[in-house]
Design a protein around this ligand. Structure first.
Ligand SMILES: *Cc1c(COP(=O)(O)O)cnc(C)c1O
Length: 376
């Protein structure tokens, strides 16, 4: 008995009292990277590590992928590049997908970070910076092929081509575009964007092309260019909708029980009394809510698991907790500190996303920072 108490005390100190455990399997991440590179060979694969590597921790993720041979890392914002740069060896390149925001030019040049230039305005800023610093600066050019989000619009292409012909002190490493519907293999938009990218390649001959995100890797060789930019597939999310997910899960999330109770029929549960019990129910309150990335939309829809048994979320999800129906479990199965599975062998990222009416990306990037992150 005494030794049991000692064990739980030790666990409590090593985990600093965390009430949720986010486990990140770096070996599985590496295997996902290798799966993609073998599909892409001889074309290379970079890694998209924006938004803290979709919430998994950009520094650990990037260092792992570097060891697996990855040398091209994409973030969305310059601040992300600033944080990541010291974690990576010099021969790793970091690309900022959103490009240059005014004020970042010198910092970007000095850190050796490569901006993805999306417009003539960004192009002019970067060439002016190269003139000021009196040296050649690297860049990637992104073209809009039909997403209307980022990238040179069609009407800026002629002027850009002229600027390139006139000679420049900006070294273009490759050109790129982004697919809007690559997760849907059937979507006509894939072919439309491919055709547009082909005509851009004719207008700007001699440059390497980067086109595919995770979904694009599965659209076939034509979409691979010379460097793919997978994100979600590395982290175990399904690259395409429908069908079996070919990627290996990378994260699991277990959350602790804070309190259990038994309530009679007719009891209101949670904010707004939104759920009224139809029968006697045993309940557990778990220590994660919408501030921890369990979307409020999971109220009365989502579930957690214990020993493979589904425990439905009842009533509204609160900021820091959610209440689940544990009537299906033997009495006493869950007590203070027991862990239930939110993501793991019984419940995929996609399943939670579907219940919440969203996508795996939003679930991953929404997981809060109150969990104890453990890498294995
Ligand atoms: C986010 C992003 C990616 C990665 O997309 P996934 O669907 O996660 O593979 C690739 N390229 C660009 C430009 C992006 O913004």
């Amino acid at each position: 008995m005494d030794s049991d108490i000692l064990v739980s005390r030790t666990q409590a100190t090593t985990t600093q009292g965390a009430t949720g455990y986010l486990t990140i399997d770096l070996a599985a991440l590496g295997r996902n990277y290798q799966k993609l590179t073998s599909m892409l060979a001889p074309v290379g694969a970079g890694a998209v590590v924006k938004a803290d590597a979709y919430g998994l921790g950009a520094e650990r993720v990037a260092a792992t992928l570097y060891d697996d041979g990855c040398r091209h890392f994409f973030v969305a914002q310059f601040v992300e590049a600033v944080r990541l740069r010291p974690a990576l060896a010099r021969d790793a390149q970091i690309f900022v997908l959103n490009g240059l925001q005014p004020g970042n030019e010198i910092g970007c040049a000095e850190m050796g970070v490569v901006p993805v230039l999306n417009s003539l305005a960004q192009w002019r800023q970067w060439s002016a910076t190269a003139r000021i610093l009196k040296r050649c600066l690297p860049a990637v050019l992104q073209f809009d092929t039909g997403m209307s989000r980022l990238g040179f619009p069609q009407e800026e292409r002629a002027e850009l081509a002229a600027a390139l012909r006139d000679g420049t002190n900006v070294e273009i490493l490759f050109i790129m575009s982004h697919l809007a519907s690559a997760d849907d293999i059937e979507s006509e938009q894939n072919g439309e964007q491919f055709a547009e990218m082909s005509s851009i390649a004719d207008e700007f001959p001699g440059f390497d092309i980067s086109f595919a995100n995770s979904g694009g890797v599965f659209l076939g060789d034509a979409y691979h260019g010379v460097l793919a930019r997978p994100g979600i597939a590395l982290y175990g999310g399904a690259p395409n909708t429908g069908g079996r997910n070919p990627m290996e899960p990378v994260i699991s999330l277990d959350v602790a029980v804070v309190q259990t109770r038994t309530v009679p029929a007719g009891t209101k549960i949670g904010y707004g009394g939104a759920h009224v019990t139809q029968r006697q129910m045993r309940l557990a309150t778990i220590a994660a809510g919408y501030a921890d990335g369990l979307p409020r939309s999971l109220g009365d829809l989502g579930a957690v698991y214990f020993n493979g048994i589904r425990l439905p979320i009842v009533g509204r999800v609160s900021m820091d907790s959610a209440t689940v129906d544990i009537s299906a479990l033997p009495e006493g199965a869950l007590t203070l500190g027991s862990l239930v599975e939110v993501l793991g062998p019984n419940q995929t990222l996609e399943a939670v996303a579907r219940d919440a009416g969203t996508i795996s990306y939003e679930i991953l990037t929404g997981l809060g920072d109150r969990y104890h992150k453990q890498y294995c």
